[in-house]
Structure formats: structure tokens, C-alpha cells
Design a protein around this ligand. Sequence first.
Ligand SMILES: *[C@@H]1O[C@H](CO)[C@@H](O)[C@H](O)[C@H]1NC(C)=O
Ligand SMILES: *[C@@H]1O[C@H](CO)[C@@H](O)[C@H](O)[C@H]1NC(C)=O
Ligand SMILES: *[C@@H]1O[C@H](CO)[C@@H](O)[C@H](O)[C@H]1NC(C)=O
Ligand SMILES: *[C@@H]1O[C@H](CO)[C@@H](O)[C@H](O)[C@H]1NC(C)=O
Ligand SMILES: *[C@@H]1O[C@H](CO)[C@@H](O)[C@H](O)[C@H]1NC(C)=O
Ligand SMILES: *[C@@H]1O[C@H](CO)[C@@H](O)[C@H](O)[C@H]1NC(C)=O
Ligand SMILES: *[C@@H]1O[C@H](CO)[C@@H](O)[C@H](O)[C@H]1NC(C)=O
Ligand SMILES: *[C@@H]1O[C@H](CO)[C@@H](O)[C@H](O)[C@H]1NC(C)=O
Ligand SMILES: *[C@@H]1O[C@H](CO)[C@@H](O)[C@H](O)[C@H]1NC(C)=O
Ligand SMILES: *[C@@H]1O[C@H](CO)[C@@H](O)[C@H](O)[C@H]1NC(C)=O
Length: 580
Amino acid sequence: MKTLALCASLLIATANAAANATRSSGPFLKSLDSGTGWIIGNDLWNITIGEIYGKSLFYQGQDLIGNAAGHYSGYGNGPTSQHRIARLIPSIDGETNFVWTSASVYQNSSEYLDVVFSAIEVDLHWVIYPELAGAYQYLVNKALPTLAVLRTLCRLDNTTFTHGRTNAKDDALPPYADILAATKVQDETWQQADGTYITKYDWSAFVREIDFHGVYGDSFGSWYIRPGRDYINGDHLKQELTVHRESATGDAVELNVIHGSHFQVTSSATFPVGKTWGPWLWYLNNGSREDASSRAQQEFAAWPYTFLNTTGYQSRGRVSGRLVLSDGRPASGAAVFLGDNQSDVSTLDQGTDYYYAGYADDEGNFNLDNVRTAEYALYAWSNGGDISDVAATFSQNNIVVGDREALALGDLIWSVKTRERIFQIGDLDRKALGFHNGGAPRQHGLVAQSPANLTYIVGESNASDWYYGQSALGSWTVLFDLPEASNRSATLAISLAGYSKSSDLVISVNGHSVSQLLSADLLSDPALYRSGTTAGEWHYYELHVDSGVLQAGLNNVVFQVTRYTLWRGFLWDSVFLDWN
Ligand SMILES: *[C@@H]1O[C@H](CO)[C@@H](O)[C@H](O)[C@H]1NC(C)=O
Ligand SMILES: *[C@@H]1O[C@H](CO)[C@@H](O)[C@H](O)[C@H]1NC(C)=O
Ligand SMILES: *[C@@H]1O[C@H](CO)[C@@H](O)[C@H](O)[C@H]1NC(C)=O
Ligand SMILES: *[C@@H]1O[C@H](CO)[C@@H](O)[C@H](O)[C@H]1NC(C)=O
Ligand SMILES: *[C@@H]1O[C@H](CO)[C@@H](O)[C@H](O)[C@H]1NC(C)=O
Ligand SMILES: *[C@@H]1O[C@H](CO)[C@@H](O)[C@H](O)[C@H]1NC(C)=O
Ligand SMILES: *[C@@H]1O[C@H](CO)[C@@H](O)[C@H](O)[C@H]1NC(C)=O
Ligand SMILES: *[C@@H]1O[C@H](CO)[C@@H](O)[C@H](O)[C@H]1NC(C)=O
Ligand SMILES: *[C@@H]1O[C@H](CO)[C@@H](O)[C@H](O)[C@H]1NC(C)=O
Ligand SMILES: *[C@@H]1O[C@H](CO)[C@@H](O)[C@H](O)[C@H]1NC(C)=O
């Protein structure tokens, strides 16, 4: 039996070798005879790349792009590049797309071919292995302007790619015909005759939670697998576009937004020369999500990749420590973030360099691995659970991470206030979770279902009686009893998971005006009107309530919307009242 099995496997090996031998010579870069482009690929796939667009993507004998726009990359919201003005290169979607001036072999190792496409602003590398359908890609800054959005993308044949998949949504892409038949109601959002909406924002996801995303059909899948993702801007609550139906052409779109602003106050950043985004894997298969999932697990385990052996990429350390609240409790489950040193930019809006997001365990221990050698600040905040009463955040500057260093920071004391709490509605976690509709599947216009007037009775109501977003003109009233007269002042704290202008909120306690949150004064993020149900950008306010205002018996706090804008307003995280 053993001999037979050996013979059989030898036979298969011989057959394989013969089959392999009949193939061409592995990863390649060829210039087109016409001189206006290049072909790259291997025996399994190839793509023809022109000045801007990659077209004719062949895999398994089929062109996966067809009449769609194909593969390209570029940036948005920065000043229009001089290069573009000089050459009058049109943009098909309002972004500035990179124009390739050369393509060359960057590295030809025994294992892979690294081909670099050069534009004025960046180098885009394709790392091609002989037996892999798809390629690793990484982008290196040379002369990018200050910008808000940076991406690569594939716009593919919409008959081959009919569905989209992220960690949060897996569904058919909406038919282009449905968009054409519907009425545009805001940016990239259409209302159909039955009242429902179509918008690409429904496909967005929190980027640090995505395992893989892409578009697929019966026979083919095209996926982005992004392990590491320390090169993407923002913290745990960084969310971005992923896949969608292109509203101008009907293409199936697979986006790789590596710096973005679609749910933030701002993400405008100026990058150091040499900043490297990626590598990520652009992966082709037969459409199997199971296969893409196991490939994703393999890629996540392989990060950081050995093939990108620049000193900057390979030089990494580890940061660990234990966060302890000043009241003695461990910072159980806290969100922990390694970001910009000595910065006054919010953790969500940081994006110049590299970022590491994790969570503490029940005992407050945290461990951030594969951190690039640099100087950082460590930030932490409540992610709910056992410390959902904690509004204070932790930060410590000047964290220096060395190569192959295991930096143990030991016990870090997180200073928290110990005031007597009168009531709290919702967990402090920068998210609208727990409230009615909080964390619902992303959908446009959901806040229109929140009531204009609402009464919450402390001791009787619970968080699910409060709504995730407040938008309509009206008053949300909190009623609470105080057992005895007191002449103490108090602090009313308002924690917003997000805010989209223009809406105003007037806040009073027992009829005494306490504060107003006015559109003119607030930083606005688009989350609420772009299908967000969990978070946009966090805002936190502590408002003083004078002594004598709170009374024995029934008291009230009223949140009155006095200025209304459709689908916009206040995304709630928590509200609480403390005795001073
Ligand atoms: C031939 O290619 C297959 C994958 O298609 C690979 O698993 C095998 O090792 C190759 N065989 C030889 C002899 O190179
Ligand atoms: C890479 O090196 C191999 C082995 O030397 C060679 O056969 C192949 O042509 C090279 N490929 C390119 C694109 O230079
Ligand atoms: C690209 O793939 C197609 C389809 O498999 C094939 O006909 C063509 O020869 C390939 N191009 C190159 C340069 O290998
Ligand atoms: C695919 O694109 C074509 C060309 O724009 C369009 O006519 C068609 O409706 C699209 N198909 C789907 C399912 O959206
Ligand atoms: C797709 O590939 C996976 C694994 O690579 C395989 O298990 C599955 O049967 C294939 N599906 C089809 C429809 O070919
Ligand atoms: C990266 O690997 C290549 C090929 O093995 C080698 O020539 C080069 O010196 C390495 N660079 C670094 C920085 O290790
Ligand atoms: C960051 O931290 C280091 C501590 O090593 C400090 O010397 C440096 O000035 C800080 N950088 C900035 C930009 O403040
Ligand atoms: C919250 O209150 C509602 C009724 O107001 C009730 O249906 C629900 O079960 C309560 N949930 C919890 C977790 O107590
Ligand atoms: C909200 O309450 C105010 C004051 O009682 C009332 O005028 C208004 O009609 C209410 N709005 C709705 C939608 O019920
Ligand atoms: C209440 O406090 C205020 C300010 O602290 C003080 O002026 C006032 O006399 C106090 N009233 C009573 C009844 O204690």
C-alpha cells in the first residue's frame, strides 16, 4: 500500500511539474509595444495598466473589468496638483488620480517580483508571487499634497461581480437601474418610489474590525485583505467606505481607502516623505467567501510581511502596561491607542504617521504588538463594561518604542473623578450602543424615526427607551427624584458619539438654562446623515448646575432641539448628572 501511495504521489508530482513546465516564466512586467502602458501579472492573472487605469484584468480566461473603469488610485480634497493642471487630465469621479510616468522592476527575488509604478506624488508597488492570484500592493509617499482621502480601487465588471461583502454586510449590490429610477436626496443617496433609500454609505464599516472586504459573484471574487493597517488614519472608531455600486456608471466598486474622512470632522493630513501604506493583499478567487476568509486569516498571521524588508517597515517593538483607575479599579476593557506624541488632534482625526489600537483585558492589562519604532503618545478611554461610568480619558506623551524592544510601562494611573452620581443614561464608550436604534445596521435616515418628544424616568426607564440620535424639533426630558433638599451644585455631563450640523440643542435643569450646543460652535461630522448608527466623532461637555437649582422631589433636565436639519443632529453616547 505504502509503495502504491508513494507511486501515486510521485505520479501527481510529475504531472504537476509537467503542467508547471508548460506555463510561461512566472511574474512579469512587459511594456506595451505602443509605448503607452505595461502588462503585469503571472501565469494565473494579468492586467494592462495605462497612464492611469488598469484594464483587461484576465483571470481564469475571463476579463474581470470589461467596460468598467478598472484599477486606479488617487486622492481627494487636496489642492489640484500642478501636474494635473499642466496635463489637463480629467478625473472621472472628482478625485485626482495618479498618472504613471514609469514602471520598473524594483526587486526580482527568487520568491516574488516587486514592480513599481511611479507617479509624481507616489510610488505604487505590486508584489507578485508566481502562484498567487492577485498581488500585494503598497504605496509610498514622495510628494503628496495635504489631503483628506487617499485610496486605491478596482471598478469591475458588474455582471461578474454582483455582490459585496464586508465584516458587517453581505448582500447584492443595488441595481444601477434602481439608482437611475430614484430621486437623489443628498450626496450619493437616493430615495426610491417605496420610500426606501440606496446609498453607498450603508456599506461602510469600522476599518479596524474588517477581516476582508470585496465584491463577488457566482464564479469570481476580488478582495482586499488588510492586516496590520497601522498606516490607516484614526482610532478604533475609524470608519470608511468599502464596496458599492458606482452611481454614474453601474460598475461594481471595491475600494481600498487607506486615508479617509468620510465620517470625521477632519482628516486632512500632510505626510512625511516615505510614509508607506500597506502592504495589503488584493486577492482574486472563485467567489468563495470561505476561501477569502481563510486567506485573510493567513495574511493576518503573516503581518508584518517579511518581503517588505525596509528598515522602517521591519523595525518594530511592543508596548505593554496595566491601566489602573485612580479609584483603585482596573481599567477593564478600556480602548487603548498609540498615536501622535504631544498632539492636540483627536485620536480619530490623527493620521500623519502610524497608529495602534487595542483593548485592555479585564484587569486593565494591554499589549500592542508590531509597533513601528518611533515616539508616541498612549491614549485610553472607557469602552463601556465595568468602567462605563468613566468619562475621563488617559494620555501619556513621550512613549519611545525601540526596535525589537518590549517596552513594559508597568502600572499607569488613570486619574478619574469620584463624584456622587445622581443618574446616568447610557454607557460611556463613545458609541450610541444600548439606545434605541443604536448600532442598528447602517441605513440612511434612521434618525427620522427618533421621537421629537421623549420622557425618560430615572429608576423606571432604561437605556433602550432613549434613542441613539436626536434630530426633530422637540424636547427630551429626564425626570428624577431627589429625596431631600440640598444646596449643592452639580455637573451635568453630555457625551455625544457624534454630531452633524446644523442643529441646536438648548439644555435646562428645572427650567434654569444650563447651556446651549449651537451649530455655529460645534465641530460637525457626517456620520449621522451618512447611515451611521454607532459613532461619528466624540464630543464631551461638562455643564455647571448652580447650587439651589436641584430640589427635593421631582426634578427635570430638558434637552430641547431648537434648530432642525433633516437627518442631522445629535448622536448620543451618554448623559449623567453628578453632585459636585
Ligand atoms: C506546480 O504548481 C503547483 C501549484 O499550481 C505547486 O503546488 C507545485 O508545487 C508545482 N510543482 C512544481 C514541481 O513546481
Ligand atoms: C527575474 O529573475 C528571474 C531569474 O533570474 C528571471 O528569469 C526573470 O526573467 C526575472 N524577471 C524579471 C521581470 O526581470
Ligand atoms: C494575459 O492573460 C490572457 C488570458 O489568460 C492571455 O491570453 C495573455 O497572453 C496574457 N498576457 C500575458 C502578457 O501573459
Ligand atoms: C451594469 O452596468 C451597465 C452599464 O452601465 C448598466 O447598464 C447595468 O444596469 C449595470 N447592471 C447592474 C446590475 O447594475
Ligand atoms: C472555490 O474554491 C474553494 C476553495 O478554493 C472550493 O472549496 C470551492 O469548491 C470552489 N467553488 C467553486 C464554485 O468552484
Ligand atoms: C532586502 O532583501 C533583499 C533581497 O533579499 C536584499 O538584497 C536587501 O539587502 C534587503 N534589504 C534590507 C534592508 O534588509
Ligand atoms: C515626542 O516625545 C519625545 C520623547 O522622546 C520628545 O523628545 C519629543 O519632543 C516629542 N515630540 C513632539 C513632536 O513633541
Ligand atoms: C427596558 O425597558 C423596557 C420597557 O420600557 C423593557 O421592555 C426592557 O425589557 C427593558 N430592558 C432591560 C434590559 O431592562
Ligand atoms: C413636542 O412637544 C411640543 C410641546 O409639548 C409640542 O408642541 C409638539 O407638537 C410635540 N411634537 C410632536 C411631534 O409631538
Ligand atoms: C446655598 O449656597 C449658596 C452658594 O453656595 C449660598 O449663598 C446660600 O446661602 C446657600 N443657601 C442655603 C439655604 O444654604
